[in-house]
Design a protein around this ligand. Structure first.
Ligand SMILES: Cc1cc2nc3c(=O)[nH]c(=O)nc-3n(C[C@H](O)[C@H](O)[C@H](O)COP(=O)(O)OP(=O)(O)OC[C@H]3O[C@@H](n4cnc5c(N)ncnc54)[C@H](O)[C@@H]3O)c2cc1C
Ligand SMILES: NC(=O)c1ccc[n+]([C@@H]2O[C@H](COP(=O)([O-])OP(=O)(O)OC[C@H]3O[C@@H](n4cnc5c(N)ncnc54)[C@H](OP(=O)(O)O)[C@@H]3O)[C@@H](O)[C@H]2O)c1
Length: 496
């Protein structure tokens, strides 16, 4: 009876360390890890011990007999992944790998680290620091409530994913960890002050701002960012009082990443189901009064390049009462690929009272309307290779199409704002760093005692658990510097 990884996989990889036969792949040391959409149990080598079930913070792993109907596709997804790796000649060590340990030189005073931000990357960084005997960490968080996007980003109906907060609570209660909520670094306390008090400062401040869609009409009422909409339905203190007009029958979502799918799902889910989640009361009341019955999710490229991940599109397809309509041109190819699953979904599409329509090859050109949005004009694009969906890029054509909509949500990705006292790369919207050490963008010299992790380090990509291996890399760099004597508590002078 093999175990199976299902939709809420957060990729924190705790299961890979717990598995005695190394049957869960890819592991964080695998080059495929960062690009993987989830982890996969190999049914051929799983010994059914259940160690992974206990280790998983989001209850994503189940014995195959416990799968619900909607989870049945994960049997194939797990198996096909491993068959694909075997075909590609991937070798695997069947012995469990030990969890790497940090070796720290002893000194009279404990290592003290300030972590800025209490999202996943901040929590994982603090957790890693606390594996060092005697070390202390203090997390500074500007909001009164912790956990960043794990609290104010993850959709309320992703209830198993939200259970990651249980793991965070455990980390929070660890000896040696302090929390300072409602303190904004850069406003209430400066970096120089922190470097006086701590050996090192790790910035884990995320990238919570939206990317702006620069097309004519984008400023019209009725056009808003998915970033604001997400923060609103999650009751973020700075967004919960916003108003959204949901009186129209159709909404358009621009961008087909997982956030685009989240907002489309929330807009079309039966409010009575949402009432069983911790969606904000205000958002629930607005959704109960909503007239929306169709959401069109648009991608400027083809289905092969769609940003959403397989588990999320499967989740959308199994949403009760919602009909998922996929462009008929989507065709099957390699077994187990996202494209093949999309073609299965379009064939299996069932009727529902609300509809989600996936459109591909349409690039937003202009928003029309006078007092508020009435429709969106798109330039049709085509695959660069002209051979169906084989290309990775697209070309704009002269052909335009318009979609009527009374609400437009731009969901074209997140981005960081510059961080006080740190260098900033305006193109990637990240802090220049080398393996987490903040570096001068011109000379490449490290800024002593200053580190980054999470979205501010690598940009807005990956899952909750991806931040664990990211934070481990940063803390490894910090420990190397500590052992080499590069972390003197009075190094603040160089920053003043
Ligand atoms: C809408 C949305 C839904 C998502 N859903 C999922 C999902 O279902 N599953 C999944 O695996 N991944 C999901 N993700 C991805 C996941 O949320 C991110 O990978 C993760 O939150 C990034 O962690 P972070 O710590 O880098 O940033 P964040 O989570 O943004 O945390 C940064 C923290 O720093 C604080 N902060 C910022 N500036 C300061 C300052 N100056 N001083 C003090 N504190 C500060 C912020 O308030 C925040 O608490 C989702 C992402 C989004 C945007
Ligand atoms: N359940 C989950 O696991 C979950 C849920 C939510 C978010 N997340 C993660 O959080 C991260 C952020 O997600 P995201 O959805 O915000 O970002 P994303 O995955 O980067 O998707 C952004 C989308 O916007 C499109 N886009 C960008 N610029 C555009 C433009 N000018 N015009 C039209 N379209 C444009 C992109 O198209 P191109 O590809 O053509 O650039 C892409 O479709 C991702 O790693 C995601 O997986 C995970």
């Amino acid at each position: 009876m093999p175990h199976v990884v299902t939709q809420s996989c957060c990729s924190d990889a705790s299961c890979t360390y717990a598995c005695p036969v190394n049957c869960i792949q890819p592991t964080p040391d695998d080059p495929d890890f960062l690009a993987a959409e989830m982890l996969h149990v190999d049914p051929a080598t799983c010994v059914d011990c259940g160690a992974c079930v206990t280790a998983c913070p989001v209850e994503a792993i189940k014995p195959h007999t416990a799968l619900t109907e909607a989870e049945q596709p994960y049997l194939d997804i797990n198996r096909l992944y491993h068959e694909g790796r075997a075909r590609a000649g991937a070798k695997r060590d069947l012995l469990a790998r030990p969890v790497p340990r940090l070796h720290v030189k002893r000194r009279p005073e404990p290592l003290r680290v300030a972590v800025i931000g209490s999202g996943p990357s901040g929590l994982y960084a603090a957790d890693e620091v606390l594996t060092i005997p005697g070390a202390e960490a203090t997390i500074y968080e500007r909001l009164a409530e912790p956990y960043g996007l794990a609290r104010f980003g993850v959709a309320p109906d992703h209830r198993r994913t939200r259970r990651i907060s249980g793991q965070f609570e455990q980390i929070r209660s660890a000896k040696g960890l302090k929390f300072k909520l409602g303190v904004e670094v850069g406003r209430d306390v400066t970096q120089a002050e922190l470097l006086d008090e701590y050996d090192a400062v790790i910035y884990a401040v995320g990238a919570a701002a939206d990317r702006k869609l620069a097309i004519p009409g984008a400023e019209l009422p009725g056009v808003t960012s998915a970033t604001d909409f997400v923060a609103w339905y999650n009751g973020h203190p700075e967004f919960r009082d916003m108003e959204f007009d949901l009186s129209a029958e159709r909404a358009v979502v621009i961008g087909n990443g997982n956030v685009g799918l989240d907002v489309a799902r929330i807009l079309t889910t039966d409010p009575e189901r949402l009432a069983q989640t911790d969606i904000s009361e205000r958002a629930l009341a607005a959704l109960r009064a909503s007239n929306l019955n169709e959401v069109v999710i648009t991608g400027r490229r083809g289905p092969r390049e769609a940003s959403f991940t397989l588990p999320e599109i499967l989740g959308l397809a199994s949403a009760p009462g919602v009909e998922l309509v996929v462009d008929p041109a989507v065709s099957a190819e390699i077994p187990g690929s996202k494209l093949e699953w999309l073609s299965r979904l379009s064939a299996a599409s069932r009727a529902g009272t609300r509809k989600i329509h996936l459109r591909f090859y349409v690039s937003p050109a202009r928003v029309h309307g006078t007092e508020r949005v009435t429709d969106v004009e798109f330039a049709k694009t085509r695959s660069q290779t002209e051979s169906g969906y084989a290309g990775t890029g697209t070309l704009a054509t002269n052909e335009h199409t318009r979609i009527d909509a009374g609400l437009v949500l731009t969901s074209i990705g997140y981005g960081a704002e510059p961080v006080a006292d740190l260098p900033f790369d305006d193109t990637t919207r990240t802090v220049p760093n080398h393996q987490g050490r903040v570096v001068d963008p011109v000379t490449g010299d490290p800024q002593p005692g200053t580190y980054v992790t999470g979205w501010i380090k690598r940009g807005p990509s990956g899952f909750l658990g991806t931040n664990r291996s990211d934070s481990q890399e940063t803390v490894r760099a910090l420990v190397e510097d500590f052992n080499a004597g590069r972390l003197d508590r009075n190094h603040a002078g160089s920053h003043a």
